[in-house]
Design a protein. Structure first.
Length: 296
């Protein structure tokens, strides 16, 4: 049986949320076992590595939330439109101001793998909005599955302030219970009306989302292996123009706010934490949380 046939068989009698979980199980494991994530699980992560992750996340969520706003009244997305509870762009802007200072939008890198992810999000939002729920599911339910654990680990390994600066991305102040909210989200997702053909396409798009994430992991690992200059990884900066899916290769914008980054904050702090010291912490949460790939 071909891939589409398998997906069709998986989706026929199941709720969308259950079908998505089953359809993405293998590729989810594949994403968690990339070299970048294995290193993260061992505590072999530097402040520079973490800043690279946050930078790519910003571009991804900027594109995703732009398309969500475009399609918030589309019947295939309205039931899962929770901007106050879920949207991450503002939190990432706050974190990047902390790490890079007022010129953060001119400094954050956007690797080609991230650009391709962004392009796919814009394509879906503008051409196939019925598939947008697959990307929202992959990212937001993942964000809610282990953010607080990751926040504590990052604070310890990277010596970030206990007050939470640089970690706003992991805080969902409008969600009092992650477990109950995920149940609500799945229920709303299951209520979206669609035919079997659309359901199969959504399952395939969720797999695509994971594969795009894997490419981002691989790009981040390659960037993390490069030499640094003055504490920064030497990578190409994104083009300074607004994203247009049909005309450009990557998103940027021009708003600049935030305090100037201190010399100490700009230093790359390579922290090698022995595996045995951290195994009990990491065994309780898949470290794929750093880019939104948790147990959904």
């Amino acid at each position: 049986m071909d891939t589409q046939g398998i997906l069709r068989a998986e989706s026929t009698l199941e709720d969308l949320s259950e079908a998505l979980k089953k359809a993405t199980k293998d590729v989810h494991v594949q994403a968690e076992n990339t070299e970048f994530m294995r290193n993260f699980q061992k505590g072999q992560v530097s402040l520079g590595d973490f800043k690279l992750v946050m930078s790519s996340l910003y571009y991804i969520y900027e594109a995703l939330e732009e398309e969500i706003e475009r399609n918030k009244e589309h019947p295939a997305f309205t039931p899962v439109y929770f901007p106050v509870e879920l949207h991450r762009r503002a939190a990432l802007e706050e974190d990047l101001q902390y790490f890079y200072g007022p010129s953060w939008k001119q400094e954050i890198p956007c690797p080609e793998a991230t650009r391709r992810y962004v392009e796919r999000l814009h394509h879906v939002g503008q051409q196939e909005p019925e598939l947008l729920v697959a990307h929202a599911y992959t990212r937001y339910l993942g964000d809610l599955s282990g953010g607080q654990v990751l926040k504590k680990i990052a604070q310890k390994v990277l010596h970030l302030p206990a007050s939470g600066e640089g970690l706003a991305f992991f805080s969902f102040d409008a969600v009092s219970s992650a477990t109950k909210f995920k149940q609500l989200y799945r229920s709303r997702m299951n209520s979206i009306e669609m035919d079997d053909s659309t359901k199969v396409r959504i399952l395939a798009e969720a797999k695509t989302a994971f594969l795009l994430n894997i490419k981002v992991f691989e790009a981040l690992q390659e960037m993390a292996s490069r030499p640094t200059q003055n504490g920064h990884v030497t990578v190409e900066k994104p083009e300074p123009q607004k994203q247009d899916f049909s005309k450009t290769n990557g998103p940027t914008s021009t708003k600049e706010t935030g305090p100037k980054e201190s010399k100490k904050q700009r230093e790359q702090l390579t922290v090698g934490v022995p595996f045995l010291r951290w195994v009990l912490i990491f065994s309780g949460a898949a470290l794929a949380v750093a880019v939104g790939l948790y147990t959904l």
